[in-house]
Design a protein around this ligand. Structure first.
Ligand SMILES: NC(=O)c1ccc[n+]([C@@H]2O[C@H](COP(=O)([O-])OP(=O)(O)OC[C@H]3O[C@@H](n4cnc5c(N)ncnc54)[C@H](OP(=O)(O)O)[C@@H]3O)[C@@H](O)[C@H]2O)c1
Length: 306
């Protein structure tokens, strides 16, 4: 009997929530030979590694220290990894920071964490011919707005690179009260467009955006204002509007292991839902399939990478 080909995966934000559960589920697959846990805090990463080894009974986890909001940290973390990565899971993300604080590079923390560090990570892997098969970006239904949580969806006027850049440096909210949830939805929207752009440039690999859906058992809602925190943590699960951690994480695992999920596509819950079967979001949000918008997202993002 021939041996299974050995696979490697790298998961950002792998010490908690969905990222850690993705690591656990991937470790159940016998072909998975190495899983890099890319985390920003060594103690939390070490604790997660020990827990994953105990629950999976496998010794295939390596810690990579990487703060995705800091581009130099991303570059240094990646330099410490030998060889290629078959599956990259760009999961690290924050929704909650209730500030429009900017990084040293002039980018909002929410954009830097959810998107910009991942751009540097994935594009460097591509440039060095080290992405084996698939890259997955953790999207969110927030990019189309979530009326049940009173979250507005991005509604850009022209979706030009200039306009998208205002969502990256926070100037979109100049002269008005910032809407932090909208800033999160804008980041996920621009990230999904960028992934679709890459899918067109690299037809031999898969680039998928997948939302885990409204998932309990994570810390994602912890920094939200109290009413939203209560709604997310208690009301929505009670009403059956959220699913459990293993279900949300499995969506991301399917994204990297199921080759029938198409490159350049953003999969998330059907319209007006936050859980259930995943559908192609471009079916009701044609922006996502617009090559000009994809190009503009790519151009806007690269204005902030030095
Ligand atoms: N939960 C949901 O309902 C839901 C819905 C839609 C989309 N999502 C998306 O799914 C992904 C995972 O969310 P989650 O619910 O699992 O959130 P979570 O429980 O808050 O976990 C987030 C993970 O990201 C890491 N992280 C945050 N900032 C980082 C940075 N600068 N550098 C490196 N790692 C960083 C965190 O590490 P630390 O421990 O160091 O903070 C943690 O490991 C996110 O992209 C989120 O937007 C979640």
């Amino acid at each position: 009997m021939s041996a299974l080909p050995e696979k490697t995966a790298l998961i950002t934000g792998a010490n908690a929530g969905i990222g850690k559960e993705v690591a656990r589920q991937l470790a159940l697959r016998p072909e998975m030979a190495r899983i890099y846990l890319a985390c920003r805090n060594e103690d939390r990463a070490t604790a997660a590694k020990a827990e994953l080894e105990a629950v999976s009974d496998r010794r295939i986890f390596d810690i990579v220290l990487m703060d995705v909001a800091d581009l130099d940290s991303v570059r240094a973390g990646l330099a410490g990894i030998d060889g290629s990565v078959d599956a990259l899971v760009m999961n690290a993300g924050v929704i909650g920071p209730q500030s429009m604080e900017l990084t040293a590079g002039g980018v909002t923390t929410v954009f830097a964490t959810n998107v910009l560090g991942h751009v540097v990570l994935l594009e460097r892997l591509l440039a060095e011919h080290r992405l084996g098969e698939v890259a997955l970006f953790a999207g969110s239904e927030a990019m189309r707005g979530v009326p049940k949580l009173r979250m507005k969806g991005p509604s850009f006027v022209s979706t030009s690179a200039d306009e998208l850049a205002t969502a990256i440096d926070g100037s979109y909210f100049a002269g008005m009260k910032p809407d932090f949830n909208l800033a999160f939805g804008q980041a996920k929207y621009i990230g999904a467009l960028w992934m679709a752009y890459l899918a067109r440039q690299y037809p031999d690999r898969r680039f998928v955006t997948v939302s885990p859906g409204n998932t309990t058992g994570t810390r994602a809602a912890s920094d939200l204002p109290l009413p939203m925190r209560i709604a997310a943590k208690y009301v929505m699960p009670t009403l059956g509007l959220a699913h459990k951690l293993d279900v949300g994480a499995k969506r991301l695992v399917d994204g990297v292991t199921d080759p029938t999920l198409s490159s350049g596509t953003f999969y998330a819950s059907a319209a007006n839902t936050l859980i259930g079967p995943m559908v192609n979001q471009a079916d009701f949000l044609p922006d996502l399939a617009n090559p000009s918008f994809q190009d503009h997202a790519n151009e806007a993002i690269h204005r902030f990478i030095r």
